[in-house]
Design a protein around this ligand. Structure first.
Ligand code: GDP
Ligand code: ZN
Length: 309
């Protein structure tokens, strides 16, 4: 059963009886600033089954939360890149990987547009990612090849796709949903489309009024059912990783290479507890790996941010 959050405009029928519920959020929840997100597990009361309406009385604790797009209880991220148009940039890849690692949500790294490159290029990226500690999937949304391996990974999960612009995120969402027969005629789909301004919980991105461009960007997120059970956010996620959740101390843990070096040195650790692996005395992390310069760059960036906090 789907729960749609929002007050229906006057004259609009309720949700599909017996199926979906159109719910308003209990005023008390709003007072304590408990936002209801797409993907939340909620407690519903005052249900009018015939009219398809209810009231959200409570929100259960979230397992994980993604801010952009706002979705709760996300089980998996898909980090999507393209092998060409645009070519993968190691620095950008690293930013996305670090950001994804910092969410604590399991993710799968995927390279799209394989048909644009030769086999040598594919194995080059496979090997390079392996040396970083990752085992990516390769596919072509256009050619519909390699999609089933991804679909298997997403079975039964709630997934958000993230990645830089132009890599094929929207195309992938469409490809994954096309296996389903979600009809444009679906009454709830229509209701959401026509009345998205009513779905205030999902309004994001306010631009300053002073700038003259000032307008609310209204965007609604919904979860699409996908093959094998599970859901996919219908809107791609962040394409500018903020790294806001990454701390100076936590950065090292977002690099598999460092995790490996530390694990290999068990039980001995770096001499200093707060070692950030910059060649301090007694540090067990060496500097002879490809992404070490990126680690240093990001560490600088985070240090600067933290000094302003
Ligand atoms: P987004 O910005 O990440 O959402 O990317 P889009 O889904 O809008 O795709 C960007 C462009 O890449 C579009 O022109 C797509 O048709 C194209 N594209 C998507 N998948 C593939 C693919 O597998 N191969 C090729 N050659 N182009 C693709
Ligand atoms: Zn160290």
């Amino acid at each position: 059963m789907r729960v749609i959050v929002g007050a229906a405009p006057r004259g609009v029928e309720g949700a599909r009886p017996g199926g979906d519920l159109l719910c308003v959020v209990r005023a008390l929840l709003k007072k304590i600033r408990r936002r209801v997100l797409v993907g939340d597990r909620v407690l519903i009361g005052a249900v009018d089954w015939a009219g398809g309406r209810g009231v959200i009385e409570g929100v259960f604790e979230r397992r994980a939360e993604v801010a952009d797009p706002p979705v709760a209880n996300v089980d998996r991220l898909v980090l999507l890149f393209a092998l060409d148009q645009p070519q993968p940039e190691p620095a950008t890849l690293t930013r996305f990987l670090v950001d994804a690692e910092s969410t604590g949500i399991p993710f799968v790294l995927v390279f799209n547009k394989v048909e644009l490159v030769d086999d040598k290029t594919i194995s080059y990226w496979r090997d390079r990612m392996k040396s970083w500690g990752y085992d990516p999937l390769f596919l072509s949304v256009d050619q519909k090849s390699g999609l089933s391996a991804l679909e298997e990974t997403l079975e039964g999960q709630t997934t958000v796709i993230v990645g830089p612009s132009g890599v094929g995120k929207s195309s992938l969402i469409n490809a994954l949903r096309s296996n389903q027969n979600i009809s444009e005629e679906d009454p709830i789909h229509k209701l959401v489309e026509q009345n998205s301004k009513w779905f205030g919980e999902q309004r994001v991105g306010t631009v300053s009024k002073k700038s003259g461009k000032g307008k609310h960007t209204t965007r609604h997120v919904s979860l699409l059912p996908i093959a094998g059970g599970g859901f996919l956010a219908d809107t791609p996620g962040f394409n500018q990783p903020s790294l806001m959740k990454v701390t100076k101390k936590g950065l090292a843990e977002t690099f598999p290479e460092i995790r490996k070096m530390l694990a290999e040195n068990e039980p001995s650790k770096c001499l200093f507890n707060d070692c950030v692996h910059l060649g301090e005395r007694g540090c067990v992390v060496k500097g002879d790996w490809e992404r070490y310069p990126y680690y240093l760059q990001l560490l600088d960036e985070i240090k600067i941010r933290e000094s302003f906090q």
